[in-house]
Design a protein around this ligand. Structure first.
Ligand code: ADP
Ligand code: MG
Length: 639
């Protein structure tokens, strides 16, 4: 660079690393550079539209926003220009020299070595600008921010290694030109037809015109008797839009192809897999808006962290307003991606205002209903592909969806219909509550379920023994959220739900009079043992009682009605949360030899504590004092 004001800068270490990667390993899918640079140009125009609401002077009498792609075969350059918001020198240094987003390290760690998917990751992690170096050995950026003087333009130059240079330049037109100096092996991108095709493939949905210079066919007329002269395409100074330039969601459903919906999704989310399903609707009524909502095929890894963001972009009358508009979708549907374009919200709407707006509430409820209806459609569909998609959805997102049982009272029944469980007679997570009801035994009055930390723990839970013996199906719930979520569910379609590890077992008509009588007799006979146990274990249990629910196990723990279960208590403890004082009930099996051995035993205290600790172990916990437990066992073994 010759000018005196040129300044050298070093890239942030991560950028340098990234650049190395871009130039050395991502050349298998090079065409994505166009998508990324056009997407940046379009973002820059969106930003101008947004800032222009309060600063109309930023338009500088040049109100028609566009992106222009110029091919210069002689100089071997592709230039992508926009008349969007532009960059100041300081912004160029910051935005094109560092990676602000914290996800970059994550990005580095996710690289698989598979070039195709790695190339897709570049976009996903917001490092799209650098993809230019896949095809260019030098990039020049010339830019001027809207509203500043022409003398305050900036030129940014780099060859994609450790450094870049900036200098102040004069630039009359607002906005940014990205000039790619193509590598020798990338000159195919000078082919107009090819470039046009790529733009159509990736960027057709962009809502502003992407223009290229018009070409006309020129052929000199041959004189009489002369041979026809060869013709050629000549580039003119006239610009023509090569995309449809209408925001995809403003089009009619029947004018948009499946591929276009998918491509729009991929651009929106930088996901490289197709979405499972989508819903596109213009909603009319007191609040008017358009929704285009997608269900991804994979949950992001941070879906359960605080970083998880709602994936809805808000537009107002086609002007982009904000990303991650979390008020537009309930938290338990945070995996949904898409856009909402409102006709009613003011353009200068803020996040605070969104929180209070009634229109926003209406939109949020409309979105939730639409998504749940769509999922119900998938679940019910006879189509094999739909069923497969529902399964994928369920595997990826069911545990998020279940949060809705606690959050969204109005849609609880809708959510319950979507749930699928393994059961004591079927390991596959495929039984719906309606399926279960249809299989209920004559006289069965409740839907029974058990929660545990794994399928095996659930299946072998002592609480299930009686149910197994009587061949009553029990739903096995093994996700962390289940226990909490089911607290909010008391019935489904008129049938109560009952956690078999909570409260007393009452099988109603399924238990005959004889059994009830046997229980009463046992309770009477074991009264002294129960009393002695209560004393021995008074620090550990709330109550000791005789039960019929056990067949093979000596004892089990039962959570008193209205109290947290041992699993939930463990979860709270793991999370460092305060745990309310809550002791379980110990139920003993009067027909078990170990329990019978308690009567008059010289080792009563050891036996009592071991029986209790084993009940803790059986439902996935650990004895409070393992060393003491071992001591007691040994003492019993040696007796
Ligand atoms: P992202 O687009 O995800 O922010 P990029 O690497 O694609 O990441 O771009 C980095 C930043 O560079 C953008 O956020 C923006 O601030 C700036 N930038 C890139 N291209 C342009 C442009 N054409 N006009 C204005 N700013 C731009
Ligand atoms: Mg970008």
């Amino acid at each position: 660079m010759s000018e005196a004001n040129a300044q050298k800068h070093s890239f942030q270490a991560e950028v340098a690393q990234l650049l190395h990667l871009v130039t050395h390993s991502l050349y298998s899918n090079p065409e994505i550079f166009l998508r990324e640079l056009i997407s940046n140009a379009s973002d820059a125009c969106d930003k101008l539209r947004f800032e222009g609401i309060n600063h109309p002077e930023y338009y500088e009498n040049d109100p028609d926003l566009h992106v222009r792609v110029t091919l210069d075969a002689d100089k071997k350059q592709i230039i992508i220009s926009d008349n969007g918001i532009g960059l100041t020198e300081a912004e160029a240094i910051e935005h094109l020299g560092t990676i602000a987003k914290s996800g970059t390290k994550d990005f580095m760690s996710k690289l698989s070595g598979d070039q195709k998917s790695d190339a897709q990751l570049i976009g996903q992690f917001g490092v799209g600008f650098y993809s230019g170096f896949i095809v260019a050995d030098k990039i020049t950026v010339e830019s001027r921010r809207a509203g500043v003087e022409a003398s305050q333009g900036v030129r940014w130059v780099s060859n994609g290694t450790g450094e870049f240079e900036t200098e102040t330049i004069e630039k009359t037109d607002r906005g940014t030109d990205i000039i790619l100096h193509l590598r020798e092996d990338a000159t195919e991108y000078l082919d107009r037809f090819k470039v046009k095709q790529i733009i159509n493939k990736y960027s057709d949905h962009i809502s502003l015109p992407i223009e290229m210079q018009k070409q006309v066919w020129q052929q000199e007329e041959a004189a009489e008797g002369e041979e026809a002269k060869p013709g050629q395409y000549v580039t003119t100074d006239e610009w023509e839009a090569i995309n449809s330039a209408s925001a995809l969601w403003t089009r009619n459903k029947n004018e948009v192809s499946e591929e276009q919906y998918q491509e729009f999704y991929k651009n929106l989310t930088h996901d490289f897999a197709n979405p499972l399903a989508w819903a596109h609707n213009r909603v009319e009524g007191s609040t008017e808006y358009t929704q285009l909502l997608y269900i991804p095929s994979k949950a992001p890894s941070n879906i359960f962290t605080r970083e998880a963001k709602a994936g809805i972009k808000l537009y107002v009358k086609r002007v982009f307003i904000m990303d991650d508009a979390d008020n537009l979708i309930p938290n338990y549907l945070r995996f949904v991606q898409g856009i909402v374009d409102s006709a009613d919200l003011p353009l200068n709407v803020s996040r605070e205002l969104l929180q209070e707006s009634r229109d926003v509430k209406t939109i949020r409820e409309g979105n939730a209903r639409r998504i749940l209806t769509m999922l119900d459609g998938l679940a019910k569909s006879e189509d094999e592909k739909d069923q497969e998609n529902f399964k994928t959805f369920y595997r990826e997102f069911a545990s998020v969806l279940k949060e809705g049982l606690g959050e969204d009272l109005a849609n609880r029944e809708r959510i319950l219909k979507l749930l699928r469980f393994a059961t004591s007679s079927n390991d596959e997570v495929s039984t719906s509550l309606s399926d279960y009801k249809a299989r209920m035994k004559d006289g069965q009055k409740a839907i029974y379920y058990v929660t545990a930390e794994s399928l095996n723990a659930a299946k072998n839970s002592p609480q299930l023994e009686l149910f197994k013996k009587k061949d009553i199906e029990v739903l096995l719930m093994t996700e962390r959220v289940d226990e909490w979520a089911m607290e909010f569910v008391h019935e489904f379609d008129g049938t109560p739900l009952q956690n078999v590890a909570k409260g007393a077992v009452d099988l109603g008509d399924l238990q005959d009079a004889e059994e009830k009588q046997a229980l009463e007799q046992a309770a009477e006979a074991f009264k002294p043992v129960v009393e002695q146990l209560s004393t021995s274990l008074k620090d550990k249990t709330k109550e000791v009682r005789v039960t019929t629910r056990l067949v093979d196990s000596p004892a089990c723990l039962v959570t008193p009605e209205g109290q947290l279960s041992p699993q939930l208590i463990r979860m709270l403890k793991d999370a460092g949360q305060p745990v309310p004082d809550s002791k379980p009930i110990l139920e003993i099996n009067p027909s078990h030899p170990l329990v019978q051995k308690l009567q008059g035993s010289a080792q009563f205290d050891n036996l009592a504590n071991v029986i209790f600790d084993q009940a803790v172990i059986a439902e996935g916990g650990l004895p409070e004092d393992p060393a003491e437990y071992v001591k007691r066992i040994n003492s019993l073994l040696l007796a």
